[in-house]
Write a protein that binds this ligand. Structure first.
Ligand code: 13P
Length: 500
């Protein structure tokens, strides 16, 4: 028994990139008949009904004392859940043993994520919780650990709802600068006034039940300090909805001198003090978006500058208690094929992680916001969701350490349905990270048009937002189908040289 647990722990060293194990459902639990006199256990009931559970956290270490039935001494169970594969052989599932003195015990354990020392990780994903499991003496140690894992999953599930990288949820990006928000409002015939921006953002954050699908909202500075039309702080509404408030901290793009018409992202000056103030105002994560253009090169200089800027921003954000969302957007612009996007993305992410490591950024306390790997918007060959998923996951596996808790994709001009389909395709099998969304256009487009600035359309607009949020929540779980989606949601939103 002891060696079984040690084996589980040692799997960590082999760097297996995700935990996948089989568990018993409640249905099967009910079928257990302890006094049947024949074969005690759940074997028959489990035959074809295993469910794979995927733990998306980095490096959890479970340590507990599990009392064994006499005459065995107390065994020490130590199982590393993440980066380990705990999957007992089927034949062992129902193996039972006679207890000399059947006396149920309750095992209590603390699950702690090793090296998760501070709040950053709590925001990105939960770090430690107590799991209590009722254990009967007849159970063999496999079963004991399985029960502990089941309970662990239940507790984890409820706690994760408070964190950004939580199952079935993603980020609502509503951090358009005032200039960009003005363009959005102009598209529905509204003036770019503070009152109109406030009305629209009130509509978004107060959509009933939004927190079921959305775990974080990125705000523009104005919105962080803004109240709703009813005078409640927007930040407070988000917290009530179970949504973590975040803040865009970059100061936008300007031309990069000496490059091939490329740009760089401003905002490092004074960032520490701004972020300290944002934290006071309720923000718990930050976003910095820089861009890389494929048609313009990209030049070595532009990639280095983008990566260095992101790394400095990430380090400063962590120092100020904000989880940095790292976003080097590879623009959709261009006629290139998917292979070329893949090649550039590999380069960009390699540099970004190199500089983040140089700057001592704690990878467990960041979130990424990549572009999906697609062909350029003007390429004649289109890619299916399966192709996009294949290339994008290949990129992530090659470049992103499993310590990173969440990958929150941007939509980048894809249609609402396309962005959802692509995300769904990426979640068809377990990933080492939480693979989810952080969309602006692909969540807001139909909502904005439905609202049209008219108060009587408010509910319909909120329903449109909830529809997209729910579709993407399903896609995060790999359970979305595009049946019944409106034609409008399938229209692309690509804008050449788009600025945010
Ligand atoms: P889109 O989803 O519209 O590309 O926006 C992404 C973004 O960076 C907003 O934070």
């Amino acid at each position: 028994m002891r060696s079984q647990y040690l084996w589980t722990a040692s799997r960590k060293e082999e760097n297996v990139s995700f935990a996948s194990f089989t568990w018993y459902t409640e249905k099967r639990e009910r079928k257990y008949v302890p006094e049947s006199g024949q074969k005690r256990g759940w074997q028959e009931d489990c035959s074809n009904q295993s469910s794979a559970i995927h733990i998306q956290k980095a490096s959890f270490h479970l340590t507990t004392h599990i009392p064994c039935v006499p005459p065995e001494p107390e065994a020490m169970a130590s199982a590393t859940l993440l980066k380990s594969s705990f999957l007992p052989k089927k034949a062992e599932w129902g193996a039972t043993r006679q207890a000399a003195a059947p006396k149920p015990v309750t095992v209590s354990m603390v699950v702690r994520a090793s090296a998760y020392a501070d709040e950053l990780v709590k925001t990105a994903c939960q770090d430690s919780y107590k799991v209590t499991t009722h254990i009967d003496p007849w159970m063999n140690n496999h079963l004991k650990v399985l029960l502990i894992i089941i309970n662990y999953c239940k507790v984890e599930d409820s706690l994760e709802k408070k964190t950004v990288a939580s199952p079935g949820r993603g980020i609502l990006a509503m951090d358009e600068s005032n200039a960009t928000c003005g363009k959005r409002l102009a598209s529905i015939g509204l003036e770019n006034t503070e009152a109109n921006r406030q009305a629209y953002r009130t509509l978004l954050v107060s959509a009933p039940g939004l927190g079921n699908y959305i775990s974080g909202a990125i705000l523009f500075e104005e919105t962080l300090y803004q109240s709703t039309v009813d005078g409640k702080k927007i930040v407070d509404i988000l917290v009530e909805q179970g949504i973590v408030p975040g803040i865009k901290v970059d100061k936008g793009l300007v031309p990069l001198t000496g490059s091939n018409n490329e740009s760089w992202c401003q905002g490092l000056d004074g960032l520490a003090s701004r972020e300290a103030a944002y934290y006071q105002a309720g923000a718990r994560f930050a976003k910095w978006r820089t861009v890389v253009s494929i048609p313009n090169g990209p030049s070595e200089l532009a990639v280095k500058e983008a990566a260095w800027g992101l790394a400095r921003y990430a380090a400063i954000s962590q120092d100020n208690g904000l989880v940095p969302i790292v976003e080097p957007e590879i623009l959709l612009d261009g006629e290139h094929g998917i292979e070329r996007t893949f090649e550039v993305a590999q380069k960009v992410w390699a540099e970004t992680f190199y500089y983040m490591a140089e700057n001592n950024v704690m990878f467990e306390g960041i979130l990424l916001k990549p572009s999906m790997v697609t062909p350029g918007a003007e390429c004649k060959d289109k890619a299916t969701p399966e192709q996009v998923a294949e290339y994008t996951l290949k990129l992530l596996h090659r470049r992103i350490p499993p310590a990173v808790p969440g990958i929150m994709f941007l939509s980048g001009g894809q249609s609402e349905v396309e962005a959802t389909q692509n995300l769904n395709a990426m979640n068809q099998s377990p990933n080492p990270w939480h693979v989810s969304f952080s969309y602006a256009r692909a969540l807001q487009n139909t909502c904005l048009k439905t609202w049209g600035g008219r108060p009587e359309n408010l509910k319909a607009a909120q329903d449109a937002l909830l529809l997209r949020a729910k579709a993407n929540s399903l896609a995060q779980l790999g359970k979305y189908t595009s049946d019944g989606e409106a034609a409008e949601a399938k229209e692309g939103m690509f804008v050449k040289n788009y600025s945010y």
